[in-house]
Design a binder for this molecule. Sequence first.
Ligand code: AHR
Length: 503
Amino acid sequence: MLHARVALNPASVVAPVSRRTFGSFVEHMGRCVYTGIYEPGHPLADEDGFRTDVLALARELGVTMVRYPGGNFVSGYRWEDGIGPADQRPRRRDLAWRSIETNQVGIDEFARWAEKADVEIMYAVNLGTRGVQEALDVHEYVNHPEGTHLSEQRRANGAEKPYGIKIWCLGNELDGPWQTGHKTPEEYGLLAAATARALRSAEPDLELVACGSSSSTMPTFGSWESTVLEHAYEVVDYVSCHAYYEEHDGDLGSFLASAVDMDHFVNSIVATADAVGARLKSKKKINLSFDEWNVWYLSRFQNAPLPKEWEVAPRVIEDQYNVADAVVVGSLLISLLRHSDRVTAACQAQLVNVIAPIMTEPGGPAWRQTIFHPFARTAALAKGDVLRLEIQSPVYETARYGEAPVIDAVATHDPATGDVVVFAVNRDQEQQVEFAIDLCAFGADLTVAETWTLTDDDVRACNTRDEPERVTLRALDTVSVADGVATLALPRVSWSAVRLTRA
Ligand code: AHR
C-alpha cells in the first residue's frame, strides 16, 4: 500500500474560501439555454418557461454565480435583441456556433432565472463586434436605477429595480483567432481599458475582468496578459483564465494530473500580473477569474464539423462524463481552492447540456452527470479558511506534465464551527493510498462527521438518461481518527471529502 501524509495547521491560512469559486456558465450555445434552463411547454416548466427540475439541480449543485451570455457567442451578440415583447424579437445567425438565436431569452429572462436559482450574475459584454457605447448601454439598462431612456425601458419591460450586476467581463477570449473580432493584445488592451474607464464613470465600484489567455497552450500565453495589463492594470480587477482538459490517446495518468497544469497556469499568470504591477509601481494586485474550466473532449469537437444547417438549439458538445472525468473535476476544484488568495472567481463551463454537470432531454427528464458530484459536495462543504498544505506524497511520471503527486488535497477550516474538511484525490490507477492527516495543531478532539467518495471498479462508467444514478457518491468507510491523526484509505482513481468536527 502507498502512503501519504500532511499536517494541518489552523494558523496557516491561504485565504477565506471565496463563494465565487463555485460559479458556473450559461452561454447561448447548443442546448444550454433552450431546452436546458428554458423550455416553455415542458411538463415541469414554471410560469416563466424555466424548467423547475433544472432549477432544483442548479441549487443542489451549489452554484453561486453564473457567467452569461457567452462565451464565443457574446462576441457577435446584440444584447438589445433580447429585450421587449418576445414575439417581436429578431432571429439572428450566431456565427460562433453556427446556429439560429431566437432571442426568446434575454437579460430580463436570465435575471429572473438567476433570482430563482439564487445566483449572482457575471455579465459579459461584446467587445468582439462592438465597443464602449454598447457596453455602456447594457450597463444603463441593467444597473441604472431609473429616469434615463434605457433604465425606463427596463422598467417598462417589467423590472422596476435595477439588477445591480457587480462583476463584468470585458469581452471573451479575444486572444483566439476563432473569436469574432479577434484582436492583438495592444488593440484589446486599449479597448478593455477604455471600456473599463467608461463603465467606472457610470458606476465606480464595478468589478471588471479583462480577457486573459484562452488556454495555457496559446502561443501568446503570458505575453497577452502582460500587454493587456500594461494598458488596463489600474482600471480592471481581474484577468480571466480558461482551461479545458481531456484524456488524450488513453493517457489516463496525464489526464488525472490535469490540475498540475492548472496550478502552473495560475502561478504563471499571478507572476505575470505582479510583474506588470511592479513595473507600473502599483500597490494594487490583480486577481484571477478562472471563468471557464472543465473537462471537455475538445479534440473530438475540433474533428467534427459544426452543423451544416442553421438550427435553433442544436446538440453541440454534449459530452458524457465518466468516473475519471469526475475525479479530474474534483482535483481542479482542489487546485482552485488552493489558490484562493488570487483566484477569487471561477466558473465551470457550462451548467446544462453543453459540457455540463446537468443534462436534460427536451420534454423529458434532467439528470446529474458524474462531474456533478464533486462540484456539489465541494460547494457545500468548503467553508471558512483555506489552509496551506505541504503534502508528502509518492509521485509518478506523466507524459504531459512530468512528475505529478499521487495524492493531491486541500483543506478548509471554519473558525465559526471548528469544522475541518479535507478534499483529496488519489491518482494511482492500481493502488489504494493510506493518507494520514495530522490534526494535533487544532488542540481539540476532532471526530468524523461525514465522508464521501467517488470511485468505481469501472473508471469509464457514466450516468445516462436510462441509468442516471449509475455513478454517485458513497460513504468512505475507511476513515479512522486516533491520537490526533485521521487516516483515510483512498481508493484508486478516486475523489473524496471528509468533514471532521469537534467531538
Ligand atoms: O464553453 C465553450 C466555449 O469555450 C466558449 O464559448 C468559449 O469561450 C470557449 O472557447
